[in-house]
Design a protein around this ligand. Structure first.
Ligand code: ARG
Length: 716
C-alpha cells in the first residue's frame, strides 16, 4: 500500500513536471505518438505526417544541420536558399573579410548567383530518416554481462546494422545511443558540401549588442545570414565546382508576414547539441567547480589579450573577430550557468529527486539489485578531482589555448613521412601543409599568440597537480628560471611555426631534424603525452560511470511514465513546441515577448564595439519605412521570445507557426535560465528569436537585395 502510494505520488509529480508543453527536445519520428495531441491543443494545425514523414516531403526536409550540427539552418526557396544565424555564418563572413572588403563591418549581398561566395569545409546535412533499433543493438546483451563485454556486443551489433543500412546508397548511416545508452536509433542522412554565402547584414545588425547583450533579453539583434546549397547537375552532393547548380529541396518553408502575438503556437526544429538533464547533483557540482570555473579562468586571461590586440587596428579586429566570439560565447555561458545553478537551487533540487529515486529503488529486492547502487557509483566517480582538473585545464589552456601548438601538430604527418624514404609521401604531406598557410596566417598574430602561450602555461602550472605537468615545463624551470614570458619569447623567435615565410622556406626543403628540434613541436608532443596520461586516469572511473548513468536513467524511466521522457540533446534532430510568451526575470519586472526597432535606436551608440549602428537603419526608422514588414501596431518588430526548449546547436533553427510557416529564427537563450541545459526552468526559460519580418526588412529595405525576398514564398 505504502509503495503504491509512493509510486503514485512520484508519478503525478513527474507527470506534472514533464507534461508541460515547453520542456522537451522530442524526436520528430515520435511526434505522432507522444506530442501531436498536446500540440494541437495549443494551436498546431499540422499533422504528424506533415512534420516528419519518410514517404512524403515534410517539414523535416527543410531543416538541416549546418557544419555537422554546430548550428541549424532552414531552406526557404526551391533553389536551396538557406537562412541561419549571423553567428553561424560568422567564420565564413570573417574569412572572406579583409581591410579592403570588410564584410563584418559593411555586410555582403550577392546581387547575382555568380557573386555567391564558396566556403570550403562548410556542410549542410539533411535527415533522410530515423528509426529505433534498440532491440537489434541489445540482442546479444544480457543483464549479468560485465560492461566491457556489453560494449563490444553493442558495437558489433551497431556495425552490422550500419553496414546493412548502407547497402549501396550514397547516404551516411549512423546508429546513435540515446537515454544514456538505454535506446538506440539509426539515422540516415545526406551531406552537401558546396554551401555558398549569399548575404549577411553588417555586424552592427547581425551581432548588434555584441558581448554585452549576448545571452540576454530584451534583444534587438538581426542575427541572420544567408547561404545557398549547391549540388552536382544530377542533384547529388559534390565539392565546390563552377558546374554545380542550386539544389532543389524536397521541401522549403513558406515565410509568414503575419507576425506573432502572445500565446501563439510556436515550434522549433533543429539540432540541439548537448544537454545533461538526467545528470546527478555530484555531476552538476563538478560542472560548476571544475568545468565552468576552469573555462572562466583560462578564457578570461586569453580574451583580455585578444581584446587588447583587436583594439589596435581594423586589420587586427578582422583577424581575431571570430576567434574572440567563439571563446567569449561559452565563457559568458559558464558564468551565467554557475549563477543560474546557484540562484535556482539546482543542486538541492537534484538531491531531492535522488532521494526519491533511492527510496523507489530500495523498495523491492529486484529493483535494489538492479538500481540500488547506481547513485553511489556515480558519486564515487566524482570523488577524485585531480585528473578532471588537469583535463579541463589541458583542453582550455594547452590544446585549445594558444594556436601555435595545435598548428605545430599539423606537421605530424609530414614528420612521420620524413622518417621514411617515400618521396611522394613527403611531397604530398608538405604540399597539404603548404595549402593551409594562407588561410591560417591571414588571421594570425604571432605576438598575440606569444602572450597567450606565456599566460596560459603559467596558469596551467599553478593550478594542476604536478603529476600532470608536461615534461617541457621542466625546461622552463631550469633554463628560464620559471619565467614563462622569457620561455615564450624564445620559443617564438626560434620556431618555424609562427611565421609564414619560415614555414614556406622549410616546406621547400623539409627536414626531419628541423621539426624534431623545433621548440613548438617539442612542446606539442609533450602536451599530447600528458593528455594521454590524463585520459588514462580518467578512463578508470569512466566504465563504471557509464554503466551507473545508464542504470540511473533506466530506473528513472521505469519509475516515471515513459511518455514524458525525451532524450538529452546529442546533435540529432529534435522538435520543441510551445507558445510565444514573455516572462518575469526578477521582482517587480515583466519582460514583454517582443522588441521593436525603437529599442534598437535607443540602444545604439556611435562607434561602440557592441552597439554601433548604421545610419541608414536609423534613417529608415525615422521615416517609418517598414513596407510590408511592419506590424499591425505600426512598429517594426525585431525579436521575440517563446517558451521552446533549445540549446547550443539550435542556433539558426526555424521557428515555425501552427501552419508550418517560418515566423522567426532561434538564436539565443536568456540570462535568467542559463542553467537550463542541466535543469529546464518552466517559468524562466525562453528561446530568443529574431522576427522573420525584421530579417526580410533588412534584406529588402535596408540592403536592397529584394531579389532574395522575391525568391521566397511569402504568406500574408
Ligand atoms: N549566445 C549565442 C549562442 O550560443 C551566440 C551569440 C553570438 N554572439 C556573440 N556576441 N558572441 O547561440
Amino acid at each position: 500500500m505504502k509503495n503504491s502510494l509512493l509510486a503514485f505520488l512520484v508519478l503525478t509529480l513527474l507527470l506534472t513536471i514533464n507534461v508541460k508543453a515547453d520542456e522537451g527536445m522530442w524526436l520528430p519520428s515520435l511526434v505522432g505518438k507522444l506530442n501531436i495531441r498536446k500540440m494541437s491543443s495549443i494551436g498546431c494545425k499540422l499533422t504528424d505526417e506533415q512534420i516528419y514523414s519518410i514517404n512524403h516531403s515534410s517539414l523535416k526536409d527543410a531543416v538541416v544541420a549546418l557544419d555537422r550540427g554546430s548550428c541549424t539552418a532552414e531552406i526557404v526557396s526551391n533553389d536551396g536558399l538557406l537562412l541561419t544565424n549571423h553567428h553561424c555564418g560568422f567564420d565564413q563572413i570573417q574569412a572572406h573579410s579583409s581591410v579592403e572588403h570588410d564584410y563584418l563591418k559593411d555586410g555582403f549581398w550577392a546581387m547575382k548567383r555568380e557573386d555567391e561566395l564558396a566556403n570550403p569545409g562548410k556542410t549542410v546535412t539533411f535527415l533522410i530518416s530515423m528509426e529505433e533499433v534498440t532491440d537489434q543493438v541489445l540482442k546479444n546483451v544480457t543483464d549479468d554481462m560485465d560492461d566491457q563485454t556489453r560494449s563490444s556486443k553493442v558495437r558489433e551489433a551497431m556495425g552490422k546494422i550500419e553496414k546493412e543500412a548502407k547497402g549501396s546508397t550514397e547516404f551516411e548511416i549512423r546508429v546513435r545511443s540515446l537515454f544514456e545508452a538505454n535506446k538506440y536509433y539509426l539515422f540516415i542522412s545526406q551531406t552537401f558540401k558546396d554551401v555558398r554565402l549569399v548575404g549577411t547584414p553588417p555586424q552592427s545588425i547581425g551581432k548588434f549588442g555584441g558581448e554585452a547583450d549576448n545571452w540576454m533579453w530584451p534583444r534587438h539583434t538581426g542575427d541572420f545570414s544567408m547561404f545557398r546549397v549547391y549540388c552536382a547537375p544530377d542533384g547529388k552532393p559534390a565539392e565546390y565546382s563552377k558546374q554545380n547548380v542550386p539544389y532543389h529541396p524536397r521541401h522549403f518553408l513558406p515565410v509568414s508576414l503575419k507576425g506573432v502575438v502572445k500565446n501563439d503556437f510556436a515550434m522549433v526544429m533543429g539540432y540541439p547539441g548537448n544537454t545533461t538533464r538526467y545528470r546527478t547533483s555530484a555531476e552538476v557540482q563538478n560542472t560548476m567547480d571544475v568545468v565552468n570555473e576552469i573555462r572562466i579562468t583560462a578564457r578570461e586571461a586569453k580574451l583580455n589579450i585578444i581584446r587588447d590586440y583587436m583594439a589596435t587596428s581594423q586589420k587586427a579586429r578582422i583577424q581575431y573577430a571570430s576567434k574572440f566570439a567563439r571563446s567569449s560565447n561559452y565563457y559568458k555561458y559558464s558564468i551565467g550557468q554557475n549563477k543560474g545553478l546557484t540562484d535556482l537551487n539546482v543542486i538541492a533540487r537534484k538531491l531531492e529527486g535522488e532521494k526519491e529515486f533511492q527510496k523507489w529503488a530500495n523498495s523491492t529486492p529486484e529493483r535494489k539489485a538492479k538500481y540500488g547502487g547506481a547513485l553511489d557509483t556515480i558519486n564515487a566517480a566524482f570523488k577524485s578531482k585531480d585528473e578532471k582538473i588537469a583535463d579541463e585545464y589541458s583542453r582550455e589552456s594547452l590544446l585549445r589555448g594558444a594556436e601555435i601548438f595545435s598548428f605545430a601538430a599539423k606537421s605530424a604527418s609530414l614528420f612521420s613521412a620524413l622518417k621514411g624514404t617515400d618521396d611522394v609521401k613527403i611531397k604530398d604531406a608538405a604540399s597539404e601543409l603548404r595549402s593551409s598557410l594562407d588561410l591560417y596566417f591571414k588571421d594570425y598574430d604571432a605576438s598575440t599568440d606569444q602572450k597567450i602561450v606565456a599566460t596560459l602555461l603559467k596558469i596551467y602550472s599553478s593550478k594542476v597537480n604536478p603529476k600532470y605537468i608536461p615534461g617541457f615545463f621542466q625546461v622552463i624551470q631550469s633554463k628560464f628560471k620559471g619565467d614563462f614570458e622569457a620561455y615564450s619569447k624564445k620559443l617564438f623567435t626560434k620556431t618555424i611555426f609562427a611565421d609564414q615565410a619560415k614555414m614556406e622556406a622549410f616546406l621547400n626543403n623539409p627536414s626531419r631534424k628541423v621539426i624534431e628540434k623545433d621548440m613548438a613541436f617539442i612542446a606539442m608532443r609533450s602536451i599530447f603525452e600528458t593528455q594521454y596520461a590524463i585520459m588514462h586516469d580518467l578512463s578508470s572511473s569512466k566504465a563504471n560511470l557509464d554503466k551507473a548513468r545508464r542504470l540511473y536513467v533506466a530506473g528513472l524511466m521505469e519509475m516515471g511514465n515513459e511518455k514524458s521522457f525525451y532524450p538529452d540533446a546529442n546533435s540529432t534532430m529534435r522538435l520543441t513546441y510551445g507558445i510565444v510568451d514573455g516572462y518575469t526575470p526578477h521582482d517587480a519586472t515583466y519582460f514583454d515577448y517582443y522588441t521593436t526597432l525603437k529599442g534598437y535606436t535607443e540602444k545604439g551608440i556611435q562607434g561602440d564595439a557592441d552597439f554601433d549602428f548604421p545610419q541608414r537603419l536609423v534613417d529608415l526608422y525615422h521615416a517609418k519605412d517598414y513596407g510590408q514588414y511592419g506590424d499591425k501596431d505600426g512598429t517594426l518588430h525585431t525579436c521575440f521570445t517563446s517558451n521552446n526548449d533549445i540549446t547550443g546547436g539550435n542556433s539558426g533553427s526555424p521557428v515555425i507557426n501552427g501552419s508550418g510557416e517560418l515566423i522567426g529564427i532561434a538564436f539565443d537563450g536568456n540570462w535568467e535560465a542559463m542553467s537550463g541545459d542541466i535543469a529546464f526552468e518552466p517559468e524562466l526559460q525562453k528561446c530568443i528569436c529574431v522576427d522573420i519580418r525584421f530579417v526580410l526588412w533588412t534584406i529588402d529595405k535596408f540592403a536592397g537585395a529584394s531579389h532574395l525576398v522575391n525568391e521566397m514564398k511569402l504568406v500574408r
